[in-house]
Design a protein around this ligand. Structure first.
Ligand SMILES: [Zn+2]
Length: 830
């Protein structure tokens, strides 16, 4: 039900937001809007933890109303979230959400930064967060971003003083921002970024509060607001035909993977900011007392005297009129001593020169992907549709190598088309895959090369520099080489030009469970990243495991062609875990990456390179019973995991349960959040209870405590709570050592709780009838012990089990202890 709702939402937004890579072709009034931004010399940085934390209303206000350089620093890329638009989770979800943030900024006009922190999952407070994040390294990234971006004001989304009131990442982001604010001007703190970008002193630090932080709207209305600055963010921008609230919702709606489609608002809106550091502005003007005119820069006055009047006399019928003045300003801005503002303003001005002049430049590769060291053809189009004379002086590579230098005048509205052959040098990083995934990091931290820390994405590896001459002034314009094609339905489709390996390999099954000593076939798919490639593929394996054959030869004719190979994998007799790695040898090189593509309309098409591996686990596993009935909930991969260890799993349609012979099932398992999402469960509980009464075993996995379709989810009283244990390393105490769930058929020990991922469990019951026996006790640091993680009760001749343990995460991740315990639940009574 929910799915189709979001799907409709998606279709709606896809139809009004242009595709991501398509070049912007601004109207005269949008050009005017850019001119307003050019004339504001000030900046603001917004800081929070996740993609979608940011207040797009305030960001759009800062960009489009104040015209400030505005950036959002999201400490993480949101890997720990859910995905409502596709199957990608963890690092691939992080790639999607990174691009959703970049798309949001493309929409509201801001810039985007990240730190190396990984969104490893939920934490209850910042202390828990800092056990996973390397606090010094994340702080170093925040300090570096501030020194690089040099904001006049910094705004935190979250309150640094209330740990435990929200996600630990949230509070941690605010705490790091407060720490960084005090150190960025001290070059002895994180001296590397100080020597690279210089020290910086931001003027004010705010906390962007709202009624949410006060508990309710009523409480907020009554609260003392004397320490708050309020700004009106509801402006309407005639040049854009949109209100600030409408831009904000278009931007927010880019968080499609999170289902954050949002409807635009019009009219007055107020944002509140609490001053944390710096002087209180008197006029509800966040930049009060900060010179945001050209005169703030040495040599800026003269620039202002050229550029400011252009706003008053802007000719919407012919923006190219101002080109000569823009060129004059370009010469002056190029000479600014202040390197920071020189770089920003040159970039803004150059875009304005192209837009005003009606000058279109495009470099399109004939292929969508190339390999390093490869020659490839690029079709270039340059056209001048303005009245000013423009000479295309030369085309160069970024390293200065001349590609074309015939210095031709561009006649009015007459296409200049050139095809050139380029050679792709090996670069650093060599491929256009997300840079933060190139090297393995830790659970809490990404590994990133020094020079790319903070970057939202891997910069385009292939660019061209076009030198245009306006009178005596030559201006270089750098353009990414893109790929485009015509789709019969969509029309012109743009993609980034990607640089990818010559060959990749993948093991489609990501987790392979061996429940006994027999061998299994493992398939490996080799994919050509170029025409005509041959070599061999082998499977690296953990100690004690056997793989046959040792290697297999492949030969592929066409780029994109694949060939599949089977290897026989034999586990050792003892319990063992590790990774199989597909290794390809071809043309004297070793390749060990898998290629995954991400293709959604609201973000650029992209290829992601991941380690070409699969987890293998030989589990010491005894089981009873064979046939499991499964009632799906919100969706989980438990049935696939159970099939891997030899169970037959049949999906039960709850609306047809009357037709089922339930007694044929050795156990019935209810999928996660079924009592939140499957309305039929409100009516069939008596049938399920009857099944238990007659000797069946029923296992109910976690449901959220709110929004249950029925309170009667068990044959006895059982009340769900919000108790959860998020630390997957937390100690597990055995409360009922004699209970057969811990002995039959697998003897459960502390070792079985090692290697769990993301969390222990969630929404544990906290009240239950005396018929239930609590089996396990656990808690997060400094919290009371929970006892509701695993509850079992006899009912009639059968057993009812409720468990909030995160089996839906642990089994697909191949955690041996979780398999052993879950098998005991299934085996009960058999
Ligand atoms: Zn968040």
């Amino acid at each position: 039900m929910q799915k189709s709702f979001f799907f409709k939402l998606l279709l709606f937004f896809f139809s009004i937001v242009a595709a991501a890579q398509t070049p912007k072709k601004p109207t005269a009034s949008e050009i005017y809007h850019s001119l307003q931004k050019l004339n504001f010399v000030g900046s603001a940085l917004y800081i929070a933890a996740h993609p979608d934390d940011e207040n797009t209303r305030l960001i759009s206000y800062l960009v489009n109303d104040i015209h400030a350089q505005t950036a959002y620093l999201s400490l993480t890329r949101g890997d720990g979230g859910q995905n409502l638009i596709g199957p990608e989770l963890r690092e691939l979800l992080g790639v999607i959400r990174t691009q959703e943030l970049v798309a949001a900024r493309r929409t509201d006009g801001g810039h985007q930064f990240f730190s190396r922190a990984n969104d490893f999952g939920y934490s209850k407070n910042p202390d828990e967060t800092f056990e996973f994040w390397n606090r010094q390294n994340v702080l170093s990234d925040v300090v570096q971003t501030i020194r690089k971006f040099k904001p006049d004001i910094i705004i935190n989304r979250f309150d640094h003083r209330s740990p435990g009131s929200t996600h630990g990442h949230h509070t941690a982001s605010a705490m790091l921002s407060v720490d960084a604010f005090d150190m960025v001007n001290d070059i002895s703190k994180f001296p590397k970024s100080a020597s690279k970008y210089g020290a910086w002193k931001p003027q004010r630090l705010f906390f962007n509060t709202s009624w949410w932080f006060y508990g309710s709207q009523e409480k907020f209305e009554k609260a003392d607001k004397s320490n708050l600055v309020s700004v009106q963010t509801g402006s309407y921008f005639p040049a854009l035909g949109l209100s600030n609230g409408e831009i904000a919702s278009l931007s927010r709606s880019m968080h499609k993977s999170q289902g954050f489609g949002s409807t635009g608002s019009r009219g007055m809106e107020t944002e509140y900011l609490e001053l944390l550091k710096g002087s209180m502005p008197s006029e509800n003007n966040l930049f009060e007392g900060i010179n945001t005119n050209w005169s703030r820069l040495k040599g800026g006055k003269e620039i202002g005297s050229i550029l400011n009047p252009l706003q008053d006399n802007f000719n919407f019928k012919n923006p190219s009129e101002i080109l000569p003045e823009l060129i004059k300003a370009y010469v002056l801005i190029s000479k600014l001593e202040d390197k920071h503002w020189r770089t920003i303003k040159i970039k803004q001005l150059k875009q304005l020169i192209l837009d005003c002049g009606g000058i279109f430049i495009e470099a399109a590769s004939e292929e969508n992907a190339i390999n390093p060291k490869k020659d490839f053809n690029v079709n270039i189009e340059v056209i001048n549709r303005g009245t000013t004379q423009v000479i295309l002086n030369s085309i160069k590579k970024v390293d200065g190598k001349i590609i074309w230098n015939q210095s031709e005048t561009l006649p009015y509205n007459d296409n200049k088309k050139i095809t050139v052959s380029l050679h792709a040098e090996i670069q650093d990083p060599p491929y256009s895959s997300p840079y933060w995934l190139n090297e393995k990091g830790t659970l809490g931290m990404y590994n990133a090369p020094e020079k790319l820390i903070g970057f939202p994405e891997t910069p385009a590896l292939e660019q061209l520099v076009f030198e245009l001459k306006f009178g005596a002034i030559t201006i270089p314009f750098t353009k990414n080489i893109i790929y485009k094609f015509n789709d019969p339905v969509k029309g012109e489709v743009y993609r980034p030009l990607e640089v990818l390996p010559e060959v990749t390999a993948s093991i489609p099954e990501k987790v392979l469970i061996f429940a006994d000593n027999s061998s299994e076939n493992v398939s490996v798919i080799v994919r050509a990243g170029k025409d005509n490639i041959a070599g061999n593929v082998s499977l690296q394996h953990p100690k004690g495991w056997k793989v046959a054959p040792a290697q297999q030869n492949f030969q592929l004719k066409r780029m994109g062609e694949t060939q599949s190979f089977n290897f026989t994998v034999t586990p050792p007799s003892n319990q063992s875990e590790g990774y199989l790695k597909a290794i390809v040898n071809a043309e004297g090189q070793v390749y060990d990456k898998e290629l995954v593509t991400i293709d959604y309309e609201h973000i650029p098409y992209q290829s992601v390179l991941l380690p070409s591996e699969a987890k293998v686990a030989k589990i010491d596993l005894q089981k009873k019973g064979a046939h499991i009935g499964y009632i799906n909930g919100a969706g989980d991969a438990i049935p696939e995991s159970l099939k891997q260890i030899g169970y037959t799993v049949t999906t039960i349609d709850p609306s047809k349960i009357q037709e089922e012979k339930l007694q044929d099932y050795d156990a019935i398992v209810i999928g996660i959040r079924a009592y939140n999402t499957v309305p039929e469960l409100a009516f069939i509980q008596p049938i399920l209870n009857k099944y238990v009464e007659n000797g069946g075993t029923m296992i109910v996995q976690y449901n959220t405590s709110r929004g249950l379709v029925s309170e009667n989810i068990a044959p006895y009283r059982l009340k769900l709570s919000r108790e959860r244990v998020t630390d997957e390393f937390s100690e597990v105490k055995i409360l009922a050592p004699e209970n057969q769930l811990l002995h039959t058929p697998n003897k459960i020990t502390q070792k079985d709780f090692e290697g769990w991922v993301q969390e222990r469990g969630l929404y544990f019951p906290n009240e239950w009838a005396k018929e239930f026996t609590p089996i396990l006790g656990m808690n997060d640091k400094n919290e009371a012990q929970t006892k509701g993680a695993l509850l079992v009760a006899n009912y009639g001749k059968g057993y009812y089990i409720y468990t909030g343990l995160s089996f839906f995460r642990e089994l697909p991740a191949g955690v041996p202890g979780a398999y052993r315990l879950f098998t005991n639940l299934l085996s009960l009574g058999n």
